[in-house]
Design a protein around this ligand. Structure first.
Ligand code: NOJ
Ligand code: CA
Length: 707
């Protein structure tokens, strides 16, 4: 099946063992150059774009207590190779992919017998490199990773702070010079107008990498001044003056980050076997913001599909017994009359709604026993339904209506308890014909582990692999960051890993610019279960609800709202791609609403996608195709915007019936968020549409071919 899943056509693959010690690798178009250096036995790399330095010579290496892993190296050999191949995926923004890159494999050895291979790949839209170590002895305790990212230029950046337990933090727009630490994807635009994003690919059995600032100049935000430094102008094995030359003036305004790995509770960063490799360290480099979104580099750095039969892995739209809990008008368990959301009657109502509207799946949260202990003992039982939830009846009813039952496993972070139940719980789910599972880790992790350390990276992966054995797709909340492993494990559909819709129910809410930053940061790693589509934007319909309670963050839902217009909620279904795409509002807010037709027409099983235009933190326009139908989504930040959007992504010579869901002429997210208009017209690829986006507004279009 691997062969079938890959369906890759190797167009060109040449390996040559170089006679000269050429330690650079260039992108196929020749614009991006990754160069390795060795000085005094320590390794460094740099990246150049055209003739300019993009990443200044930056340290490489890991450290461990037992053995020297970062110095005294001598070059043993260099290999160069090239790949140009096509591959396909079961699902994704795109199903067809091109992997075109050049590779450098440089092997070093030190007197401790440590063999280190740096494998670096240069693509037209960035570079990736990783460490491949062979260390004497049985195993290694990694105490630090020394990888540096010394950016050659100032600019503007978009990121969340580094945090080993949560990604649900507000995005910051900061001058690069003002960033003390950041999580990845860490996106920036340089003063020269290039776009970059630092991230990682294929994160397995290793902690996550965050970025921590260090400065040579003494203006240290975080002092890591004991880390090894390389002098920029004395690199050995120079491939050419052009690729490694360094001008001292480039050092002014030093903007340098170092990898900071999420540690184990005892401070060790990673526990690895004696032969291991790290995840890829990735730097996307593009000339426009849309190029970051359109990059396949992270997926290309992941391995081909590891699952033989993928026929059961299918994108879906879903609704769920969910938003009521976040609004506080329902609860995850029976904490008072009429409060439990996942009752049999409510479940049937949601299944009926999904069936009537052609929606594939329904999520039920609060279906099982243990919720009363959420936030304390976290003793959830994953095979014991709540007393007022007739699980057998609900699942039979869902099956009779052709609806996928989406199971929920909230662990509260109690991994010890969850792993003890995992086999039984997944067997039980599979025996009931369940193929979709949402997991959650809302709470502190067992035994002092962090959400993003190696212990949890292993756990998340274990769940994905155990689920795959039973033909179950996974949507993880409070997850580890997305690093493209969906290529290898396509049953890992989506995850949370940023502030999603839920924050609008019990906080000041996601800012108008949130989605315009998410698209160029978090989403570069992979799809997010953001759960868009709230139509009751200001929660008018729950005012006076006798079941309303404040339950989180000291905020009552009626003091909160979504900071968007209605059309933006619709456009988010397109913009915030997910192979499990939710319409998250209470179904009564969709009943009879003309604009819900968009979600009925939407298809989560995309074939092709393209970001057409945008600027980070300002706006984005995305087009997707599913079968013969095209969708367009455009969203803006707090500024109203008029966009002239050519439709040249449509096939030439065909006519399409376009239904346009736009902001009303008087719409604005603050004063008039509900104002929208639906218009229809015929278009061809030769047309240009004017999209009028209100403040924090949007536009969504469905294009159906006219037969
Ligand atoms: C946080 C998740 O993000 C949310 O979707 C879920 O409803 C709650 N935890 C409860 O599991
Ligand atoms: Ca969450």
């Amino acid at each position: 099946m691997k062969r079938i899943a890959i369906l890759a056509i190797a167009l060109l693959s040449s390996i040559c063992i170089s006679c000269k010690q050429d330690l650079t690798v260039s992108s196929p178009d020749g614009r991006i150059k990754f160069g390795l250096g060795i000085e005094g036995g320590r390794l460094s790399y740099n990246v150049r774009v055209d003739t300019a330095c993009f990443v200044l010579p930056s340290a490489l290496g890991l450290q461990s207590k037992r053995v020297v892993m970062d110095k005294d190296f001598k070059l043993m050999g260099v290999k160069h190779s090239s790949v140009s191949e096509a591959w396909t995926s079961q699902w994704g923004e795109n199903k067809e992919h091109q992997d075109v890159h050049n590779e450098l494999e440089a092997t070093f050895k030190n007197p401790d017998g440590v063999v280190l291979t740096i494998r670096a790949r240069a693509f037209d839209d960035g570079v990736g490199f990783r460490y491949e170590y062979k260390v004497p002895g049985d195993s290694v305790k990694v105490t630090d990773e020394l990888t540096e990212f010394r950016l050659a230029s100032g600019g503007t950046s978009w990121s969340i702070p580094a945090n080993f337990n949560t990604y649900e933090l507000e995005y910051r727009t900061l001058p690069l010079a003002d960033v003390a630490d950041a999580n990845t994807p860490f996106t920036f635009k340089t003063d020269e107008g290039l776009y970059g994003s630092i991230h990682e690919a294929a994160l397995y059995d290793y902690p996550e990498m965050t970025l921590r600032r260090f400065l040579h100049s003494g203006r240290n935000d975080k002092d890591v001044s004991d880390s090894p430094r390389l002098s920029e102008d004395t690199l050995s094995f120079r491939p050419s003056e052009d690729s490694l030359s360094f001008r001292p003036s480039e050092a002014s305004g030093e903007i340098s980050f170092r990898a900071d790995l999420a540690p184990w509770p005892d401070g060790i960063k990673a526990r690895v076997p004696s032969e291991f490799h790290t995840p890829w360290r990735v730097i996307l480099i593009t000339k426009d913001a849309a190029g970051l979104v359109n990059s396949d580099l992270i997926l290309n750095l992941n391995e081909p599909c590891a699952i033989d039969d993928v026929s059961w892995i299918k994108p879906q739209r879903y609704v769920g017994v969910w938003w009521g809990m976040h609004l506080g008008i329902e609860a995850w368990y029976d904490d008072g009359p009429g409060r439990h959301g996942a009752t049999t009657a409510n479940a049937i109502k949601y299944i009926d709604f999904a069936a009537k509207n052609g929606i594939e799946g329904v999520l039920f949260e609060g279906w099982n026993d243990g919720w009363a202990s959420w936030g304390s003992r976290e003793d959830f039982d994953f095979t014991k339904p709540a007393p007022d939830f007739d699980f057998e009846k609900v699942i039979d009813y869902a099956a009779s209506k052709g609806i996928n039952y989406i199971l929920h496993h909230e662990t509260g972070g109690n991994i010890v308890s969850y792993e003890a139940q995992l086999d039984k719980a997944l067997d039980w789910a599979a025996a009931h014909g369940i193929h979709s599972l949402k997991t959650g880790y809302a709470g502190g992790i067992s035994n002092g582990h962090s959400h993003h350390g190696q212990y949890m990276v292993r756990h998340y992966q274990k769940v994905v692999e155990e689920a795959a054995k039973r033909q179950i797709m996974v949507d993880a909340h409070e997850p580890i960051k997305a690093t493209g492993i969906r290529r290898t494990w396509p049953n890992f559909m989506c995850r949370e890993g940023a502030r999603g819709m839920e924050w609008n129910a019990w906080s000041e809410g996601n800012k108008p610019e949130h989605q315009t930053i998410l698209s160029y940061t978090r989403l570069l790693g992979g799809p997010m279960d953001y759960t868009p589509g709230v139509f009751d934007i200001q929660y008018r319909n729950i005012i006076g609800n006798k079941n309303l309670r404040m339950w989180n963050n000291n905020r009552l839902a009626t003091e909160c709202r979504c900071n968007t217009t209605l059309a933006k909620q619709i456009a988010d279904w397109v913009v915030l791609y997910s192979p499990m795409q939710m319409a998250c509002d209470l179904v009564e807010n969709y009943e009879g609403h003309p604009a819900f037709q968009f979600f009925r027409d939407y298809n989560a099983d995309c074939d092709w996608s393209r970001a057409l235009a945008g600027e980070v933190g300002d706006y984005i326009v995305v087009a997707r195709r599913a079968g013969e139908v095209y969708f367009l989504g455009a969203v803006t930040d707090e500024n109203a915007r008029t966009l002239e959007q050519p439709l040249d992504f449509l096939p030439a010579g065909k006519t399409y019936a376009a239904t346009i869901y736009a902001d009303g002429a008087d719409a604005s997210w603050e004063a008039n968020p509900y104002s929208y208009q639906i218009t229809s017209r015929e278009v061809t690829s030769a047309d240009t549409l004017t999209l009028n986006l209100a403040t924090s507004g949007g536009c969504a279009i469905v294009f159906k071919p006219v037969k």
